[in-house]
Design a protein around this ligand. Structure first.
Ligand code: DAH
Length: 342
């Protein structure tokens, strides 16, 4: 066969096959076209390949190149038709796949109930003009105790009540109890904010605190507090009560009543315990008071010129009351059956 007629045959075959693949409108007719052109035994491609033998050896190279081009062309047209008809043809069909079965939902993570509570508290306090402030969880005694008017011999500094961090001493390979500790209260952030800013100040700080308590239904060695601080001229206890009442009403719902009981904290004078009336019971949610003049002096404020209130509430306690959770350990067990409810 001459090169010329071989090339003419291929051109014609190509035109014809393109039309045929294009016209296939379901899997069966596509299969028929595939067999007609690409079939291993009697396909048109197979036929023209056989004719290569009758071509003059000096023309074989040119004929082979054109044949390869033809082959890849109809192969890709075939694959495009498969895609168009939405199936992988015989080879691509998984006989065990049933498209009518419901799918398997991927497991989506979601926000932990305590983080949800933290975000909610931030939003409520934000509406009253309190901005969020942060401080480190590893603290020094100045911010955790001294500046908060907690003297050296105060029981709150007892190593049995705090997580002091062991640090390697310079002269020995024994580790010694260092100065730093995991903060035991978010009141540390009051000091950090006042050291860096001038009044008026209206901040909250929401974060983790640590105390070496044995876990039980109401205790856990790590928990969260919401600290509030308001410093300006002429701030009063009435302002404190109003802010806490508006907060409790928003968070717990209904018109929550609030009660102050006299108490003592080194960093406030006077100091109170804060109770909310919840389902007929008075429940303590934290402490509060007017910022002690000694604290203002520690951060370089003039206690004659400014006044302020501070409060610290337990975040877990708020979250547990609102959602009817009775054991704090449920929040930190990592049990998805519990966590998925939120
Ligand atoms: N820091 C106190 C605690 O951990 C709570 C507290 C009480 C914070 C009174 C305050 C406050 O800001 O004024 O028990």
């Amino acid at each position: 066969m001459s090169l010329e007629s071989f090339l003419t045959t291929l051109d014609q075959l190509e035109r014809e096959s393109l039309v045929a693949f294009d016209a296939a409108d379901d899997a069966d007719s596509l299969e028929e076209v595939r067999v007609r052109y690409l079939g291993a035994k009697k396909g048109a491609l197979k036929d023209v390949q056989k004719q290569m033998g009758s071509i003059d050896p000096s023309d074989r190279k040119a004929a082979g190149m054109r044949l390869n081009e033809f082959k890849s062309k109809i192969q890709s047209v075939f694959e495009a038709s498969q895609d168009r008809l939405g199936g992988g043809g015989e080879a691509g069909v998984d006989p065990t796949f049933d498209p009518s079965l419901p799918g398997i939902r991927p497991n989506l993570g979601h926000i932990h109930p305590i983080t949800q509570t933290v975000n909610h508290l931030m939003e409520i306090m934000g509406r009253m003009g309190f901005e969020a402030a942060e401080g480190p969880e590893v603290e020094d005694p100045w911010h955790n105790f001294v500046a908060l008017n907690i003297p050296e011999d105060h029981p709150a500094r007892d190593p049995l009540d705090n997580f002091y961090l062991a640090t390697a001493s310079a002269n020995s390979d024994r580790s010694v109890e260092g100065e730093q500790l995991l903060r035991s209260q978010t009141s540390t952030v009051q000091i950090r904010v006042m050291e860096n800013r001038k009044p008026p100040i209206r901040v909250i700080s929401l974060g983790r605190v640590y105390r070496p308590d044995d876990p039980d239904a109401t205790h856990f060695p790590m928990f969260h507090q919401m600290e509030g601080l308001y410093v300006d001229e002429h701030v009063t206890m009435a302002n404190l009560k109003t802010v806490l009442r508006v907060f409790a009403t928003n968070y717990l719902g209904g018109d929550v009543q609030i009660r102050f009981r006299p108490s003592f904290f080194p960093f406030t004078e006077p100091s109170v315990e804060v109770d909310f009336l919840w389902n007929g019971n008075w429940i303590e949610f934290g402490g509060a008071g007017m910022v002690d003049p000694a604290v203002f002096e520690a951060v370089g404020y003039d206690p004659e010129k400014v006044s302020g209130f501070a409060f610290g509430l337990g975040v877990e306690r708020l979250c547990m009351r609102r959602h009817g959770i009775t054991d704090i350990r449920d929040l930190y067990s990592g049990d998805l059956r519990f966590l998925r409810q939120f």
